[in-house]
Write a protein of this length. Structure first.
Length: 617
């Protein structure tokens, strides 16, 4: 690759070759846990790499030299990538070789996420283009493979750091992180992998639990070569116990069937199979595609019996009122940025949230890696999924948001841990909701689109303030004075007074024409206490409230949690935040996930007296 001229070239001291030892040690589990096949190959590790900010190249054959190597899936801005270049780069190229002999079966090339526009070539043939930085894509490369068995995959990425019309979440558009925004993530940041499948194969599955009928709706779609006499066999197990064994004839290459389980009757027995954070019961599924009775494709999946809905002013889990005790989680790591350092790191984050007494997380401005959702499913942690925001309102921004949000809902629909969808946060990207009708239309449209794509979960149209179409009223209030919170939300305050007179953050809570209709009210951002004894003199740190010592931090956190938990108006809360994130020092944990105060103290404050709330369990 010819060395390109960039406006912010890499520093001379930066490495030109990624550490081979580090690359060799990369180990990732199967990236799509809801459809896990046995035959797959990770392409994570060392790739050739180069920046191309001036867009000197239009296809791989024009590139004659490669100045750098990168460790995928870590973005070039991260230290773990071996590049560690945080300049304002507009475009870059990736390339690597892999060995794969064609054997008559199909070969699928899959990407977990690439930010933002990716073009993929295999052996110098354009295979596909995908736009959207947080959602997966794939292509069938069977016909592009070289018979020699040596293959080359090349990826070109465009990611304009100044473009505020693309969904970018917390990625800063300035050279240095400022305020509540963090370093950018360019290019590949989730696993890349190959998968061999038969000529005719199961492309996707979808699970929908129906707790009231003790049933599971199963949908599947078939891809590949046309074939008659196809059938799908499904077996469901709870541990060693067989729950169902069904076979369905396929019509029009798809099925949609209801699997009725044997209802044990009384709640005590029924509850054994229900999924919740306290008892995360998963049902294992083995699925086989048959042609004329012969197995041609097989994989494993899982699902759960779990219902979420709104009943008057309460959030309901499995038909019972449930107090949501959540923590806001940015999903960043110091050495890898938005990319997870490892599967173990994702599991550890779930375990830490539970150890601190929380039963859920609000994944803030990020569509998280499916492996995180897998561990939340398996270990029992509720997840609010939120769309990364664009920061300008244009037709382009809305179209991009709609497309990527639809892909995110489709990807994560079958995860039982996901309980709420949040397409907008704090009016970001729709800043004139009080005055401009078209901005309101955008929020209302995304709300109704989400309800159409998934009729089983609550949706918050715009979290924080200026609510219109929404199933939950989310309030963001960072006042650390507990007396102010009691006066604002205490028992003497009626909801109509709250919405007519209170302005947390200086913003109205509901838009004109959208009065409170009895929906649950939740304090979905509060706290934000910065306590950073590790911060060196001169280093920037930031929080909504700053405290000086551990005792003060512990006392204020306990007072805030005690006040919020005992405020009957709230049917849930979300504390800011899980871990320090770059200049934000308001985490309960340091950025390396070391607790600032003992986890036991946090858990006591988070869950103490949590059962008081009008019958909430």
């Amino acid at each position: 690759m010819k060395k390109t001229q960039t406006k912010t070239p890499p520093a001379k001291a930066l490495p030109t070759k990624a550490s081979p030892t580090k690359a060799a040690q990369l180990q990732f589990e199967y990236p799509r846990p809801l459809m896990q096949r046995s035959e797959w190959t990770s392409l994570n590790g060392s790739w050739r790499f180069g920046f191309d900010d001036d867009r000197l190249f239009s296809r791989p054959s024009e590139i004659t030299s490669w100045p750098l190597q990168i460790v995928v899936p870590f973005p070039p801005e991260s230290a773990a990538s071996g590049i560690a270049e945080r300049g304002l780069h507009r475009a870059c190229w990736y390339q690597r070789d892999f060995d794969l002999m064609p054997d008559g079966r199909r070969v699928l090339l899959r990407f977990g996420a690439v930010d933002y526009v990716a073009k993929v070539w295999v052996n110098d043939h354009l295979a596909m283009t995908h736009e959207g930085g947080h959602t997966p894509f794939w292509t069938d490369i069977t016909d592009l493979l070289d018979d020699s068995g040596t293959q080359i995959v090349t990826v070109h990425v465009e990611d304009d750091p100044h473009d505020l019309t693309k969904p970018r979440g917390k990625q800063d558009w300035q050279l240095e992180p400022h305020g509540i925004w963090y370093p950018r993530t360019t290019g590949i940041w989730q696993t890349v992998w190959l998968e061999r499948v038969p000529r005719t194969y199961v492309e996707k599955v979808r699970w929908t639990p129906h707790v009231e009928g003790y049933a599971l709706q199963f949908e599947a779609r078939i891809a590949g070569d046309p074939s008659d006499h196809l059938a799908l066999e499904i077996k469901l197990h709870h541990g060693e116990r067989l729950l169902a064994s069904d076979r369905y004839q396929l019509v029009n290459r798809e099925i949609d069937r209801m699997i009725m389980l044997s209802d044990p009757g009384i709640d005590d027995f029924r509850n054994e199979l229900l999924w919740s954070p306290e008892r995360p019961t998963l049902l294992d599924a083995s699925i086989r595609l048959l042609c004329n009775g012969e197995v041609i494709d097989e994989f494993i999946s899982y699902t759960a019996l779990r219902s979420v809905n709104i009943l008057r002013d309460r959030f309901m889990l499995n038909g019972r009122p449930y107090l949501l005790r959540m923590v806001l989680d940015q999903g960043y790591w110091p050495e890898t940025l938005m990319a997870a350092p490892s599967d173990e790191a994702l599991r550890r984050d779930v375990e830490l949230a539970k150890a601190m007494g929380f039963n859920g997380v609000r994944k803030h401005q990020k569509i998280e890696d499916p492996r995180y959702l897998y561990w939340a499913d398996r270990l029992g942690l509720l997840v609010w999924e939120e769309m990364p925001s664009a920061y300008r309102f244009t037709r382009t921004a809305i179209k991009r948001t709609v497309r990527e949000w639809s892909e995110a809902v489709e990807r994560d629909y079958s995860h039982p841990c996901v309980i709420v969808w949040v397409p907008f946060n704090e009016s970001w990207g729709v800043p004139e909701l009080t005055a401009v009708r078209v901005h309101r239309h955008a929020v209302e449209a995304l709300y109704h689109l989400t309800k159409t794509l998934d009729a089983t979960r609550p949706v918050i149209g715009n979290d924080g303030w200026e609510s219109s179409a929404t199933d939950i009223i989310g309030i963001h209030d960072y006042d650390a004075n507990v007396e102010h919170l009691r006066q604002r939300y205490g028992p003497e305050i009626k909801p109509e007074q709250l919405f007519d007179r209170r302005r947390p953050g200086g913003r109205i809570l509901t838009l004109d024409g959208y009065p409170h209709r009895g929906q649950p009210i939740m304090l979905t951002e509060f706290g934000g206490i910065a306590f950073a004894p590790r911060t060196t003199q001169g280093e920037k740190s930031w929080g909504y409230t700053v405290v000086e010592d551990e005792a003060q931090f512990t006392r204020l956190f306990q007072e805030l949690l005690n006040t919020v938990i005992h405020t009957a108006l709230f049917s849930g809360f979300c504390y800011t935040q899980f871990a320090d994130t770059f200049q934000e020092a308001n985490g309960l944990l340091y950025a390396d996930r070391t607790p600032k105060i003992p986890l036991e103290l946090i858990a006591i404050a988070t869950s103490a007296s949590a059962t008081h709330l009008r019958g909430v369990v």
